[in-house]
Write a protein that binds this ligand. Structure first.
Ligand SMILES: Cc1cc2nc3c(=O)[nH]c(=O)nc-3n(C[C@H](O)[C@H](O)[C@H](O)COP(=O)(O)OP(=O)(O)OC[C@H]3O[C@@H](n4cnc5c(N)ncnc54)[C@H](O)[C@@H]3O)c2cc1C
Ligand SMILES: *[C@@H]1O[C@H](CO)[C@@H](O)[C@H](O)[C@H]1NC(C)=O
Ligand SMILES: *[C@@H]1O[C@H](CO)[C@@H](O)[C@H](O)[C@H]1NC(C)=O
Ligand SMILES: *[C@@H]1O[C@H](CO)[C@@H](O)[C@H](O)[C@H]1NC(C)=O
Length: 528
């Protein structure tokens, strides 16, 4: 039992360690810029008055809603081209009360990597110039710099050795850092696990601006937290070491579309029964339902003949035929799936520019019990077929996502018993057209409400990489630190039972809450 004298001493230590006063001010801004200039060349720091500020700020904005309207604009963009620049940005930011929003691929659904919802003084730390991918085929491993995209990683891996692969997502412009920070789901996870399961080490600049050269060998709790606990919260990852996977030289891609009249609802219901049983990790069928259709997007890690045998045994109703198959290398398959054309050259994976296209709002859910044919008929009839500008993407789990991997192995908790992730997507053409935006929001809200009966509850699970501020936002307490209770509201939906451990890691590595945004992990401070 602690004596009162001990307690008093511990409290004093606590206040000394944790309660640094953090007061952002405009006076601090000049000092911050001055401080940066001692380490970072001035042509890498874009201030608001610079003629390139807008184009650099927008360079990797992947969400048209925030291409021009970032709510609260950054003081400057720091386009780091080396790790010392990252360290200087953190040290100067800490010293002068300027926070950092870290940006790698710029795909954050709520644009939190380059905008702040609340008024505050912050700089964007842009990492896209740090993007070397160093593949070591003999070790089946790679070091990838934080600012690389998934497409750049796939290209480097697939050209180094056509039998090597990385289990990432479908969209090649997504940054590896945001992707891995949220766990990372994709078409190969049933065989190789989520993206974060293939991370074997990382280099991180911490809240003191120090570089941790090997997180895996020096801080196992931090290493656990950065593999799925969300970006921004724990420090700046500057490089990831990845284990690469072996694939066959030929894989098979198949896209099949079926209408409601052709039995789409029954086919989706049958698909639900295949995910956990039988165990077929080479086969992933992602389903997109929209309007009157279901699209079955298949990636099979082997040749067409073996795929067709499996389909005849387990899913004959889909009617997959030899002519549906396209055989190619894994790299070409990633280009096909990511760029949407079977003849897309692998080099297309290096293109970091996206068509910003339409305005979008997404939400997510997890399904642990099959919805069944009648359920799917209702979803189609009452929602999907009544509004063409919305869809649902169903990503099957099972296989290596859950086999022998407990829910606490990484912060990504949606493993044991999860059938699939649902992503709802609604789009509209013109943000200024209030009626169109309201119709889209109304449709999404109606479908999300209808789905409540089918998806998980207490908490209603959501995927951290599909960030959604509607499920909750942090509140900063009187001591200038995000409150644990406000974080729990959204955090237990993304991380479930792992949220508390994430907050404890945060409380140790960044007790002053320097690295934060509207959905960063709050520090759980050990009060006595
Ligand atoms: C078209 C599209 C397709 C997608 N497909 C998939 C998919 O198949 N599977 C999937 O899992 N997700 C998918 N996502 C979601 C995607 O994984 C997340 O949006 C992810 O956060 C994007 O990473 P980014 O580096 O591009 O984003 P950013 O906006 O740069 O960063 C996202 C978050 O991570 C933080 N962050 C960025 N870099 C670092 C760093 N180096 N260190 C610490 N924190 C950092 C940012 O501050 C921000 O909070 C998709 C997104 C889009 C737009
Ligand atoms: C900018 O975005 C915010 C938040 O989405 C919104 O409230 C505001 O009206 C927008 N401003 C303009 C000029 O579009
Ligand atoms: C919503 O999901 C779609 C499909 O994956 C994606 O293209 C879009 O970028 C996402 N929305 C946002 C806001 O990024
Ligand atoms: C990169 O992609 C964008 C958006 O799809 C496209 O407009 C552009 O032409 C592409 N650039 C190259 C070099 O292919």
């Amino acid at each position: 039992m602690a004596t009162s004298k001990n307690m008093a001493r511990e409290l004093a230590i606590f206040f000394f360690l944790c309660c640094t006063v953090f007061l952002p001010s405009l006076a601090g801004s000049d000092d911050f810029l001055q401080c940066l200039s001692q380490t970072i060349p001035s042509d890498l720091v874009y201030q608001q008055r610079s003629s390139s500020f807008e184009s650099v700020l927008r360079s990797s904005v992947q969400n048209p809603r925030y291409a021009t309207n970032t709510t609260v604009r950054p003081l400057c963009v720091v386009a780091a081209s080396g790790v010392p620049h990252v360290q200087a940005a953190v040290r100067c930011g800490r010293a002068h009360g300027v926070r950092l929003r870290v940006r790698s691929g710029g795909h954050d659904y709520e644009a939190l990597s380059y905008r702040s919802v609340r008024p505050e003084v912050f700089a964007v730390l842009e990492l896209s110039r740090l993007r070397v991918v160093d593949v070591r085929p003999a070790e089946a491993a790679a070091w990838v710099d934080a600012g690389a995209t998934l497409g750049e990683l796939y290209h480097a891996v697939g050209t180094a050795d056509r039998r090597l692969a990385f289990p990432g997502g479908a969209c090649p412009t997504v940054g590896v850092s945001g992707y891995l920070s949220g766990g990372g789901i994709g078409l190969m996870m049933r065989k190789y696990g989520i993206g974060a399961d293939s991370v074997v080490d990382a280099r991180v600049v911490n809240a003191d601006g120090d570089l941790i050269g090997s997180v895996a060998s020096t801080d196992l709790d931090l290493f656990w937290a950065i593999r799925g606990g969300g970006g921004e919260s724990f420090g700046v990852v500057v490089a990831w070491r990845l284990r690469l996977s072996m694939v066959e030289e030929t894989v098979t891609v198949v896209n099949i579309e079926r209408t409601l009249d052709e039995g789409a609802a029954a086919l989706v219901a049958k698909w639900e029964t295949l995910i956990l049983q039988p165990y077929l990790p080479d086969l992933t069928i992602r389903v997109v339902v929209q309007d009157h259709h279901a699209f079955f997007q298949t990636l099979f890690l082997g040749r067409c003949s073996r795929l067709l045998r499996a389909m005849r045994a387990f899913f004959p109703e889909l009617g997959m035929a030899p002519a549906d198959c396209r055989e190619m290398t894994w790299l070409r398959a990633m280009a096909f799936i990511g760029l949407g054309a079977a003849d897309a050259p692998a080099e297309g994976l290096l293109n970091r520019t996206n068509n910003l296209g339409t305005y979008v709002k997404n939400k997510s859910d997890y399904v642990r019990r099959g919805i069944g044919r009648a359920g799917w008929e209702g979803i189609f009839q009452q929602h999907l077929s009544r509004y063409g500008a919305g869809l649902m993407i169903l990503e099957p789990h099972g296989g290596a996502v859950s086999a022998g991997v407990p829910d606490f192995a990484t912060p990504y908790p949606h493993r044991q018993g999860v059938l699939y992730n649902v992503q709802y997507v609604v789009f509209w053409l013109d943000e200024a057209d209030g009626a169109a935006a309201a119709a889209a929001a109304g449709w999404l809200g109606g479908l999300y409400g209808h789905m409540e009966q089918f998806v998980t509850s207490n908490p209603r699970e959501a995927f951290a990489n599909y960030r959604d501020l509607e499920i909750g936002e942090n509140v900063v307490g009187g001591d200038g630190v995000t409150t644990y209770e406000s974080g729990r509201v959204w955090g237990e939906k993304y991380f479930m039972g792992n949220f508390r451990r994430l907050a404890a890691v945060k409380g140790r590595v960044d007790p002053g809450d320097y690295f934060r945004n509207e959905q960063s992990i709050p520090p759980l401070l050990q009060r006595f």
